[in-house]
Design a binder for this molecule. Structure first.
Ligand code: APR
Length: 249
């Protein structure tokens, strides 16, 4: 793996604009299971019954059975070396922006300052009936949390069937079509429109570097440099190689 990590580090050092795309795999080592691997969330909760906006509108109490479990996991999760590693690359001026599909805020807690939350964030909630908004910590742990209008609140995360926040969509497209390198960490690449970001970057001539414990749909037809392994180990190796190269240059 040493040579492949060196190749990836060289790309990042030479690139004038690198962005990252991350998925649930980057937070697995922080104790948050991903969605589609063995033991993943969608193995335990049918996404058609718990993950669509229609399911939430029809039976919010039921959907909150899953949301409560997820929010407990998020509350105890801490950034792992993959999160802090990407934060370090930003600090070094070598990583422009992180586009994350995750709603766990661990990139920001890991020191990253420019993060696009493509699927929203679980720290705020909204009433989809009267549009009032709340911070999760002002609701005092009430489950399911209720709006002053009496309706059950929904976390500001994107459910299947909901649009991507427009600013996130536009900024991500602009970044993908102007970057020189894209670092993908821990996503299966199975969900649109997030999975069009690597394609857009590739079409713009960017080098695609992918970190995952196993090959994905992206690996076969898009990835230039594949770093197979756990995110915390691979990102740590990559960052230390980048720092070595910076010292040597
Ligand atoms: N290190 C690196 N990669 C890992 C690790 C790890 N420790 N653990 C798992 N992975 C990889 C898996 O092999 C898989 O390819 O992370 C990927 C996680 O894929 P998914 O579970 O499909 O998660 P993600 O790609 O983020 O899903 C996209 O789908 O369900 C919706 O809105 C949800 O944002 C989510 C979107």
């Amino acid at each position: 793996m040493g040579e492949t990590v060196k190749k990836a580090a060289r790309e990042i050092c030479q690139s004038t604009k690198t962005i990252a795309l991350t998925g649930a795999g980057i937070s697995v080592e922080s104790g948050i299971p991903d969605f589609r691997s063995a033991g993943g969330l969608w193995e335990r909760f049918n996404p058609m019954e718990y993950g669509t906006i229609g399911a939430f509108q029809a039976n919010p109490e039921k959907v909150w059975q899953m949301l409560q479990e997820v929010s407990d996991l998020l509350a105890s999760a801490r950034p792992n070396p993959a999160h802090t590693g990407l934060g370090r690359l930003q600090e070094l001026g070598l990583l422009h922006t992180i586009i994350t599909q995750n709603v766990d805020y661990l990139h920001q807690e890991g020191g990253a300052t420019r993060v696009i939350e493509y699927h929203g964030n679980a720290k705020t909630l909204a009433c989809i009936w009267c549009n009032q908004r709340y911070d999760s910590d002002e609701l005092g742990g009430q489950i399911p949390p209720k709006c002053s209008c009496g309706k059950i609140l929904k976390p500001d995360v994107v459910f299947f069937g909901e649009p991507i926040p427009i600013r996130a969509l536009q900024e991500s497209y602009e970044l993908a079509s102007s970057c020189r390198a894209l670092l993908i960490v821990g996503t299966s690449g199975e969900v649109a429109p997030a999975n069009t970001i690597p394609e857009t970057a590739k079409r713009a001539g960017a080098t695609i570097i992918e970190v995952n414990v196993e090959p994905t749909v992206l690996t076969e037809y898009l990835t230039d440099i594949f770093l197979q392994g756990k995110a915390s180990e691979m990102v740590t190796e990559l960052v230390s190689e980048v720092e070595n190269m910076m010292v040597r240059n």
